[in-house]
Ligand binder design. Structure first.
Ligand code: SAH
Ligand code: SF4
Length: 358
């Protein structure tokens, strides 16, 4: 059965118009259905109360609307909310709502698990499950929006692809999902950020799109050899190639790039790395997020001490780079960066999944 939420708005229009034409129904019904798909959170046609019963039944025979069930919802002391969604085949994925004083950000997943095997990331250790469909990516926003409305969290301002998975390793679903979120659900391109560990062909594809989606590059080291120890993909797309792609992305005009730098004590926080990081950031006018490492069950690594994080910040600021130190959010509910799903796997006694061999 075709999932209406996986279709881009133009595809949805063509699909609905032809369905309605065949059934001799007026074409304005397409708009009614479109509104239900994009503006509501309904998961069945039965709930589309402004359509005649026969039409609801006819739609349900050929179509469905992706609408994962809520497996659990956990609310942190700091207001962060983690949803664990159950997909139709039982796969579990997570999204996280992060409120700050000015805005509400939704962090979504692009894959069940991740094949990249980064050594500091719990999702990486959990291995790869499967790709998400465009509808499953969009549904996280649609369902979270519904939850936020019902729980007085207000409208979602930003979407970041920083949940489970590597979005640029699932471009087949990512590209339509971006279009649907932007044109269908009305989230401005500049309010959507795709975070990647460095999939170069994907960065180039994103650069070729006309919309100004934001890019976050998970850098974690300005030095190739150290980066390769943290991120297996570095061997396939080494830093010089990666920086060229990021530079091209920025050159396309008006685009923002952010570097994510997870600071791990004694691993990637040596003082001499700070000016090297500044140099790379300077080259592509990157905004730098320094993120103290969140401990994960698989490694005994610790976050950098605050003084060292402060040192990095100072060096970057003195080099004229915009920088922010990110507080870990939702730690008490395991919603912080890199922690997603690890605990669910533990709780559910799931079989460990194979990790990528780079
Ligand atoms: N795969 C993409 C997006 C998901 S990861 C990527 O890697 O960019 C989202 C962010 O969480 C990345 O910047 C990642 O490096 C960071 N992260 C992963 N594990 C972490 C940990 N244990 N502590 C802090 N940040 C972590
Ligand atoms: Fe995958 Fe990103 Fe985690 Fe690396 S950091 S394993 S790319 S989710």
């Amino acid at each position: 059965m075709k999932d209406l939420l996986s279709l881009t708005p133009p595809e949805l229009r063509v699909e609905l118009e032809s369905h309605l034409r065949e059934r001799g129904e007026p074409s304005y019904r397409a708009d009614q259905i479109r509104k239900w798909v994009y503006e509501s959170g309904v998961g069945t046609f039965e709930e589309m109360t402004n359509l005649p019963t026969e039409e609801r039944e006819a739609l349900a025979e050929v179509y469905r609307i992706e609408c994962p069930e809520t497996e659990t919802v956990s609310r942190s002391e700091d207001g962060t909310v983690k949803h664990l969604w159950r997909m139709r085949d039982g796969e579990l994925i997570e999204s996280v709502l992060i409120p700050t004083a000015e805005r509400l950000t939704l962090c979504i997943s692009s894959q069940a698990g991740c094949a990249m095997g980064c050594t500091f990331c719990a999702t990486g250790w959990g291995g790869f499950g499967r790709q998400l469909t465009a509808g499953e990516i969009v549904a996280q926003f649609r369902n979270a929006r519904q939850w936020a409305e019902e729980n007085d969290y207000g409208p979602i301002h930003n979407i970041v692809f920083m949940g489970m998975g590597e979005p640029l390793a699932n471009r087949k679903a990512l590209h339509p999902a971006l279009t649907i979120l932007n044109q269908g659900l009305g989230v401005g391109a500049r309010r959507i950020t795709v975070s990647t560990v460095g999939v170069v062909p994907g960065i180039r594809e994103l650069a070729a799109r006309p919309e100004q989606f934001g890019l976050a590059l998970s850098l974690h080291s300005p030095v190739e050899s150290l980066r390769a120890e943290l991120i297996p993909l570095e061997k396939r797309h080494p830093l010089p190639e990666l920086m060229d792609a990021v530079e091209a992305f920025v050159r396309e005009g008006g685009r923002r790039v952010t570097f994510e730098y997870t600071m791990i004590r004694g691993i990637n926080d040596a003082k001499e790395l700070a000016p090297k990081l500044a140099e790379l950031a300077h080259r592509v006018h990157a905004f730098v997020n320094l993120i103290p490492f969140n401990p994960i069950p698989y490694q005994d690594w610790q976050p950098s001490v605050p003084a060292r994080v402060g040192h990095f910040r100072k060096v970057l600021e003195e080099a004229g780079i915009s920088v922010a130190v990110r507080e870990p959010r939702g730690r008490d509910i395991d919603a912080a960066c890199g922690q997603l799903r690890a605990n669910a796997l533990v709780q559910l006694d799931a079989e460990p999944r194979p990790r990528a061999t780079p």
